[in-house]
Design a binder for this molecule. Structure first.
Ligand code: 6CS
Length: 318
């Protein structure tokens, strides 16, 4: 039996490391009866292609990050809202691994599209790469800012004062080099591995949002698995959460050092609390905008998630 698993990133990146660990555990625990084949970005198509391939059953597993999946499962864009997820690691881990709003309510919207929500994990704080220093919305006025393909991201960066454009990531390096776009946003490990730091001048830490990804499988495939295989997958999932949280943090820390070494002209800007607050205020209408855009159960899920986040935050600070 072969399970195909496609990721949205390249060799050595966080999603690929997750898939490799998944492969190792699944092959061990199935005594070699299941063989997992991993496809990295571009081998089967771009981010949106992978989702279609999984929903149609051509492949069994893929990463489907909320930053791109919003064109297919609109409700998932809740996870892209800035200033929402807990900042403390323990609370963030609890929400991303166990939330009922996500694994109970939101998961139904995945199922309706032929996808089973397998897991959600973080890939690091989103950092802006820009050609000039940015500290306030007015600094973004003439900046063509590349975002992922989920519609809510266009709304977010409009509110921030930029001129956003949605692209698959394969087009970003060339776009920055040719000055078709002047900025993009990604976690440190990814900026380094995609070499965006070669064609940028500033790293801007806003502290507004974490990059999250979901792993999905084909819903019919998952449902038809025998009980012991489902049990194995449950075990693999919970084991991998620890692994990926640690791996993601290590990779992001190492990447910043490497980028500064590679490009000594790179300037790091960290927004002050007051500067960050300006962007937080700008983003305030975004949740309601999303609910209006998506309709359906989005409002309900967001409300449920916010309540859980509040509980997780107080449990951690207690
Ligand atoms: O910027 C992007 O589109 C890509 N960024 C990451 C961290 N993973 C995959 C995604 O497609």
């Amino acid at each position: 039996e072969e399970w195909k698993f496609a990721v949205e990133e390249g060799p050595g990146d966080v999603q690929t490391l997750y898939a490799e660990q998944f492969k190792k555990l699944v092959e061990q625990r199935s005594q070699g009866k299941v063989k997992v084949t991993i496809y990295t970005y571009g081998q089967l198509g771009n981010e949106n292609d992978l989702t279609e391939l999984t929903a149609s059953g051509a492949i069994q597993f893929s990463n489907a990050s909320p930053g791109h999946l919003g064109t297919f499962v609109p409700e998932v864009q809740i996870l892209s809202l800035p200033f929402l997820l807990p900042e403390a690691d323990a609370a963030k881990g609890e929400i991303l691994s166990n939330s009922k709003a996500l694994y109970g309510s939101l998961a139904k919207d995945f199922t309706a599209k032929g996808l089973k929500l397998f897991t959600i994990y973080p890939e690091g704080e989103m950092i802006w790469t820009t050609k000039k220093a940015v500290r306030k919305p007015a600094d973004l006025g003439d900046v063509k800012f590349r975002v992922m393909t989920s519609p809510i991201l266009i709304e977010q960066f409009k509110l921030y004062g930029a001129n956003p454009v949605a692209l698959p990531w394969g087009e970003v390096y060339g776009g920055l080099q040719m000055n078709v776009i002047q900025a993009q946003v990604n976690p440190a490990f990814f900026i380094e591995s995609a070499k965006f730091h070669e064609v940028t001048d500033h790293l801007i830490y806003v502290g507004d949002v974490e990059y999250t990804t979901t792993v999905v499988s084909n819903a019919d495939f998952y449902e038809s698995l025998p009980a012991e295989r489902k049990k194995m997958l449950d075990e693999v999932r919970s084991e991998l959460q620890q692994y990926i949280f640690k791996t993601e943090r290590e990779k992001n820390a190492a990447a910043v050092d490497k980028m500064l070494k590679d490009n000594p002209k790179l300037k790091v800007v960290k927004l002050t609390d007051a500067e960050r607050e300006v962007f937080r205020k700008r983003a305030e209408p975004l949740g309601q905008k999303l609910v209006a855009m998506v309709g359906g159960r989005a409002g309900e899920i967001l409300k449920q998630l916010k309540a859980e986040i509040q509980t997780a935050n107080t449990q951690v600070s207690a």
